[in-house]
Design a binder for this molecule. Structure first.
Ligand SMILES: NC(=O)c1ccc[n+]([C@@H]2O[C@H](COP(=O)([O-])OP(=O)(O)OC[C@H]3O[C@@H](n4cnc5c(N)ncnc54)[C@H](OP(=O)(O)O)[C@@H]3O)[C@@H](O)[C@H]2O)c1
Length: 252
């Protein structure tokens, strides 16, 4: 622990992700305690914790852009989470419910048991598109109410001219929570102090929600092979064999 770090204690487990360009091949890494960092509650396993910071952070930053998360949702407002069985989608559902949204979601039939569904009479106010490709957003925006915020959060860059006037599209990346300017998916994101503050507040709140069992870590599958196994895991994913679950590798 560095001098002057008072918000964490030696022995506590913490979770975060690393920006790709800074990924060191080390068993131990240094992270600044001043940037968002999740303290992992005792009854959350390391493997469960590995599913949280990145996917949940992605869901949270998108919800913040379209609906001022974690402010309480306006009474009766409805959000459609497209791709609700993806890692990001599963967290978007949980977070949206925690702040009072009525949630409607889509997933392939085999994952319906994982998904909390609500009836969607009259259309939706917001869309969180956790897929953002293969026609997802074109289909999702059809669910918007005629009058309402009509804001859609996207996890990948899309052609924004595809949206009809009145639809507000927000593509965001989780990396801005770490406060660095980043170039990702062909777009440049400036560093923004407000995102760091949001990230810090978010992970403190997430720790509380996990302790209170109001938030659950996503399903995961531990796979063999340590770091060398990751290549196989990527192939497994590309073959479309991962569904409703995060692959986790023990590397130490
Ligand atoms: N912007 C960012 O900062 C950021 C950060 C993290 C991830 N991402 C992006 O977010 C996306 C989701 O990542 P993830 O880790 O959540 O993915 P994931 O968990 O690997 O997604 C797999 C799930 O997606 C579902 N799915 C795939 N195609 C679908 C479609 N066309 N419609 C509905 N559901 C579909 C599958 O559902 P079924 O099994 O039910 O078919 C599967 O359960 C990826 O494109 C990733 O690159 C962006």
């Amino acid at each position: 622990m560095g001098d002057g770090v008072s918000n964490f204690k030696v022995g506590e487990r913490v979770g975060r992700w690393l920006l790709r360009r800074r990924l060191p091949r080390l068993e131990y890494i240094l992270v600044p305690a001043s940037l968002p960092l999740l303290r992992i509650p005792e009854d959350i396993s390391n493997e469960e914790a590995a599913t949280i910071a990145l996917a949940l952070g992605t869901a949270a930053i998108g919800l913040r852009r379209i609906a001022n998360f974690p402010e309480q949702a306006p009474l009766g407002h409805t959000i459609l989470v497209w791709g609700g069985s993806s890692s990001v989608g599963l967290y978007a559902i949980q977070l949206a419910r925690l702040v009072g949204f009525k949630v409607i979601t889509t997933a392939s039939p085999k994952n319906h048991e994982l998904i909390v569904e609500a009836s969607g009479r009259g259309g939706v106010d917001y869309v969180y598109d956790a897929i953002s490709e293969q026609g997802s957003y074109e289909a999702a925006v059809k669910a918007f109410r005629k009058y309402g915020p009509r804001r859609i959060a996207l996890v990948l860059p899309v052609d924004e001219t595809a949206f009809e006037p009145g639809v507000e599209a927000h593509f965001s990346v989780v990396s801005t929570l770490l406060g660095s300017a980043v170039s990702l998916f062909g777009r440049y994101f400036v560093d923004d102090e407000r995102d760091i503050l949001f990230g810090q507040k978010l992970y403190k709140q997430v720790e509380v929600w996990l302790r209170e069992e109001r938030l659950k870590a996503n399903p995961h599958a531990v796979r063999a092979g340590e770091l060398n196994g990751v290549q196989d895991g990527l192939k497994f994913m590309k073959e479309g064999k991962v569904s409703g679950s995060k692959l986790v590798y023990r590397i130490a």
